[in-house]
Design a protein around this ligand. Structure first.
Ligand SMILES: Cc1cc2nc3c(=O)[nH]c(=O)nc-3n(C[C@H](O)[C@H](O)[C@H](O)COP(=O)(O)OP(=O)(O)OC[C@H]3O[C@@H](n4cnc5c(N)ncnc54)[C@H](O)[C@@H]3O)c2cc1C
Length: 337
């Protein structure tokens, strides 16, 4: 929890003012210098002047959106929505990557090892009490309690997929309602997908969500790796030591077996792993938005520090790398003044 670890200990500082429930609409430019920003709170627009650096940290979806709303980006995108081009930068909103996250689910023969059984009805009351008494149990679980980094092909130098083992199963990712029978889930994602998508504004209204084009599985290596990942999940669960525990795979189920069937499942049913990145990519040349000091190319006084600056996908989950970007950004900024 970055608010707990980084922000709360320094909230007493007189030079820190945190404004919450506020919506940044755009950053302000005077020529090629960023001079502040505009945010909305309680229906009122507020302008903040900045003599040094504005640091944009709105994440892989909203950081490119705010740049585009400010007139920084692809002229073709900005002009389409009536936004004056203040600073042309072709890569804003491009180079978008995310992890596609196929999940498979099994029924289990041993009820007590699944939280489906232990965290429903009176069991849920017990889990709530356990959490408040000890900080442990169902409510303390991270997104998965066990991970594995594996190679889909032996000749690879490093793993190319990550698996997450989850000791329960839910009806759908949106509803998150536990099944009434004991179940478990395995999710698997390709660590470094090649498919590139984009995030661009759909209008000049800051409240209109941008268009997110994932373009999942547009590169053949991503298709191959994801198919092999699904097969490896099954291999693990079908192994002999799992015999006492494993019941049937009920999702996607054995009717999804051939490569074509698995590819169809990946394209039609699988969804994001919520790791959006790359849309304000760090680097040199026309394919980059920020330099190695996190400064927006061609502008003074504007930096970006969040997952949008990742040049490519890290080999795993993205939260810790984002914290690392924040740490590095703090050092860069301190060293430059
Ligand atoms: C459901 C879910 C589960 C995840 N699980 C994991 C996990 O288990 N492990 C892991 O490593 N990663 C996980 N992630 C990914 C991880 O949370 C992200 O990679 C990381 O938080 C991204 O950090 P960021 O700083 O780039 O952006 P964010 O954390 O998204 O921060 C951006 C902030 O900017 C704010 N913001 C956006 N637009 C505006 C605006 N216009 N005005 C004002 N504020 C604005 C947002 O409200 C947000 O607080 C998960 C993500 C999701 C969504």
């Amino acid at each position: 929890n970055t608010a707990h670890c980084y922000l709360q200990p320094v909230m007493h500082r007189p030079n820190l003012n945190v404004v919450t429930k506020a919506m940044t609409q755009k950053v302000l430019l005077e020529g090629k210098r960023c001079t502040g920003l505009v945010y909305e709170k309680n229906g009122k627009l507020n302008e903040v002047d900045c003599g040094k650096d504005v640091i944009l940290s709105a994440g892989g979806i909203a950081s490119p959106q705010i740049l585009e709303l400010s007139g920084i980006g692809r002229p073709s995108v900005l002009q389409q929505h009536g936004i004056k081009v203040q600073h042309e930068l072709e890569a804003v909103g491009e180079n978008f990557r995310d992890h596609l996250l196929p999940r498979a689910k099994w029924k289990l023969k041993v009820p007590k090892i699944s939280y489906n059984t232990r965290a429903q009805g009176i069991g849920l009351v017990g889990q709530v009490l356990k959490y408040f008494a000890t900080g442990k149990g169902f409510l303390s679980l991270p997104s998965s309690s066990l991970g594995a980094w594996l190679k889909t092909r032996p000749e690879l130098a490093t793993p190319d997929i990550q698996m997450q083992f989850i000791p329960y199963s839910v009806e759908s990712a949106e509803k998150r309602k536990l099944h009434s029978f004991p179940g478990m889930t395995i999710a698997c994602f390709q660590l470094r997908p090649e498919s590139l998508g984009s995030v661009h504004i759909r209008s000049d209204d800051p409240y209109e969500h941008p268009a997110i084009r994932f373009n999942f599985l547009s590169d053949p290596i991503d298709v191959r790796t994801n198919i092999d990942g699904v097969k490896m999940m099954r291999e693990i669960v079908d192994a002999k030591p799992m015999d006492p525990y494993r019941d049937e795979e009920f999702y996607p189920g054995k009717s999804v077996s051939s490569d074509d069937e698995i590819e169809h499942f990946l394209r039609e049913e699988c969804e994001t792993g919520y790791h959006p990145m790359g849309t304000c990519r760090m680097g040199r040349g026309p394919n980059a938005v920020v330099d190695d000091q996190l400064k927006v190319h061609g502008l003074e006084g504007l930096r970006v520090a969040d997952a949008s600056i990742f040049p490519t996908m890290p080999s795993g989950n993205t939260n810790a790398p984002c914290i690392m970007v924040g740490e590095k950004a703090a050092d860069l900024i301190k060293n430059s003044y």
